[in-house]
Design a protein around this ligand. Structure first.
Ligand code: GLN
Length: 613
């Protein structure tokens, strides 16, 4: 078991709200202490604590939040959880129903038709749940209960002997319930043992903070957010929270759901625990009770918190929004591969046949439905599309199925799909290189996926006889092409031809001016290593393009690494020769600089459009 975890309350905006609610409810002094268990009447009647714990383990506590009190009926959902885990939901359902009773918690009754306790949150159901706990002997069975509660609380809890002795001495009504259960065959073991275990579980001491962490563990799908220990499976957490919703507040359940709207459980010790699944746990301690046996201030504080923090679980915050964050064509936002002029012309005309859809948020059914619907509506026009999931949070199982279905559906109509899924949320393997894979291609970033789609458009629309400048001589390179033949050959002699193997670094990040580089053949990638361990591409350049101008002209070092993406042939004008040209052949240098300037503006334009929208 994890050590007690010191969770420190945080000051700030949220603590301020919790304090306001605390102060507001402090004035409420009505209600009486439970005294049918004599020891319960011995507590400070006006003690008051309020605690809120987030599903990621932040605690906001105020008042007497480290004062111990007995858990009482708040133990019921946790013992029920353990019985479910021990026996399985079906065996437990054979012994008790899950219907709200509309009766007080200690009613001596069974459902007249099923002859079972109506639910596990009233005493009859809770005593039955206590009878279903596994263990070799009574001591081990109770020990397992305490360990279960302790996992939820994130610290070792213990039993309050005085309260236990007090209830054991006076608990005739619960014994009557135990015997009734035995006579109806709901309990098939010793009813005294089950009732004794129930008394003991009700006497476990907790603080308001403990209850808040227990609630946060339920909110966090069964995993304690402080110790990170799993206390209950996700499926059983859902079951327990369901029963708390309909039956947790006894015969005040309807009023509770309408005014607070959170699965909850109260105890006659003065505690209330409430859960907003996925978000927070709330606990209140104040021992004066109303006629139902619920803490008066506890109910008031939960109402107020629910109202102020908009916690009601049926509160409709907004209509389900589409999961599409933005969408555009590859003409509007091209890849970072600098294309040749003819390729750019083809993409300008036909790029609308490849679209990028960026999704965001958590993909649950409704958001995924809208996204899939919009994509389906437009897909008829498309040759290729990108679905970018890199900003998506959780992808529910149904959304995975819908996206896979969409891919298969589009593939059947001849539209190719690129999925950007760096974290493998759809469960494909990244870079399934098989282009016939009906599920489409998976990429780690949007840029390469966009490039892939551009290639599909180009393959379809580029005239078959289009010139492809894959290999140039220095004289043919556009940087020199505007010069007359004599000058062109003269300038060409200043360049050195260099070949570089694929993957080699041409210029390191931070290296000083080393030449003006013209690409004659192959591609270079300018990029940087990101915090995610991947190399991010800023731009890919190919034959006919140039780099190294800024270090050369401005004198600043290379800001990013330049690497050979394929085998390369470069023409390099070394710095000394570049400098010498000013005196020796100023007109050649001017012509070169004019070309470089034109090129730089074209590149800037592409970079601006390729930005993150
Ligand atoms: N131990 C108490 C009883 O059975 C618990 C009741 C409660 O908290 N509502 O009477």
């Amino acid at each position: 078991m994890a050590q007690a975890l010191a969770a420190i309350s945080r000051p700030g905006v949220v603590a301020g709200i919790v304090d306001d609610v605390y102060r507001l409810c402090l004035a409420e002094r009505s209600g009486e202490l439970a005294d049918y268990i004599p020891e319960l009447a011995a507590v400070q009647p006006d003690s008051f604590a309020l605690c809120l714990a987030t599903a990621d383990g932040q605690i906001y506590g105020t008042g007497d939040d480290t004062t111990s009190f007995t858990i009482q009926s708040i133990s019921k959902p946790f013992t029920y959880a353990l019985a479910l885990a021990d026996r399985g939901p079906a065996a437990v359902a054979d012994r008790m129903d899950v219907e709200p009773s509309g009766e007080p918690f200690n009613e001596i009754s069974l459902d007249p038709v099923t002859e079972r306790p109506r639910n596990p949150m009233i005493n009859a159901g809770a005593i039955t749940a206590a009878s279903l706990i596994d263990g070799r002997d009574p001591a081990e069975r109770f020990d397992r209960i305490v360990r279960c509660y302790s996992r939820f609380a994130g610290r070792e809890l213990t039993m309050n002997e005085a309260v236990y002795a007090s209830e054991a001495r006076t608990g005739y009504r619960n014994r009557a319930i135990g015997y009734m259960l035995r006579s109806f065959g709901i309990i098939d073991s010793d009813p005294d043992e089950a009732v004794d275990r129930y008394f003991r579980q009700c006497s476990v001491d907790v603080t308001c903070r403990d209850l808040a962490v227990m609630a946060a563990t339920l909110a966090n799908n069964g995993v304690n957010p402080l110790s990170r220990e799993r206390a209950l499976s996700a499926a059983l957490t859902e079951q327990v929270l369901s029963v708390m919703t309909t039956c947790g507040m006894y015969n005040a359940a309807g009023d509770w759901v309408t005014t607070v709207g959170l699965p909850a459980k109260s105890g006659v010790g003065g505690g209330i625990l409430a859960v907003l699944p996925g978000q927070i746990g709330i606990a209140v301690y104040s021992p004066r009770l109303d006629a139902h046996g619920n803490s008066v201030r506890g109910v008031a504080a939960c109402r107020e918190l629910s109202r102020r923090l908009e916690l009601h679980f049926l509160h409709v915050t907004r209509a389900a929004r589409t999961a599409i964050r933005s969408e555009y064509t590859v003409t509007q936002v091209p890849s970072r591969l600098r294309r040749s002029t003819d390729e750019m012309a083809v993409l300008a005309e036909h790029g609308h046949r490849a679209r990028v859809y960026e999704l965001h948020g958590d993909l649950l059914f409704a958001g995924a439905e809208r996204a899939v619907r919009i994509i389906e509506e437009q897909a008829g026009e498309l040759a290729a599309l990108v679905v970018d999931l890199h900003r998506v949070g959780e992808v529910s199982a149904i959304a995975v199925r819908m996206l896979n279905g969409l891919e298969a559906e589009l593939a059947a109509t001849g539209c190719q799909v690129a999925i950007v899924d760096p974290d493998g949320k759809l469960g494909h393997t990244v870079s399934s290189l098989d282009p016939t894979d009906p599920r489409g291609r998976v990429f780690v970033d949007r840029d390469t996926a966009t490039e892939w789609c551009e290639n599909i458009v180009l393959a379809e629309y580029r005239p078959a006889d289009a010139p492809t400048c894959t290999s140039l001589s220095v004289e043919d390179h556009p940087a020199l092409a505007a010069l007359g033949p004599v000058e062109c050959s003269r300038l060409a002699t200043e360049f050195e031809i260099r070949t570089i193997a694929r993957g080699e670094i041409v210029a390191e990040r931070g290296s000083t001016r080393s030449g003006l580089y013209l690409i004659l053949e192959g591609r270079v990638r300018i990029g940087f290593d990101g915090a995610d361990g991947r190399n991010h591409r800023l731009v890919t350049l190919s034959a006919g393009m140039s780099f190294g101008e800024i270090p050369m002209l401005v004198g600043t070092p290379f800001v990013n690494e330049v690497r050979a993406e394929t085998a390369l042939r470069l023409a390099v004008l070394p710095p000394a020769r570049f400098d010498r040209l000013t005196d020796q052949a100023p007109h050649l240098k001017l012509a070169l600089l004019e070309r470089l300037a034109a090129n730089a503006y074209a590149q800037m334009d592409a970079a601006v459009r390729g930005g993150d929208y």
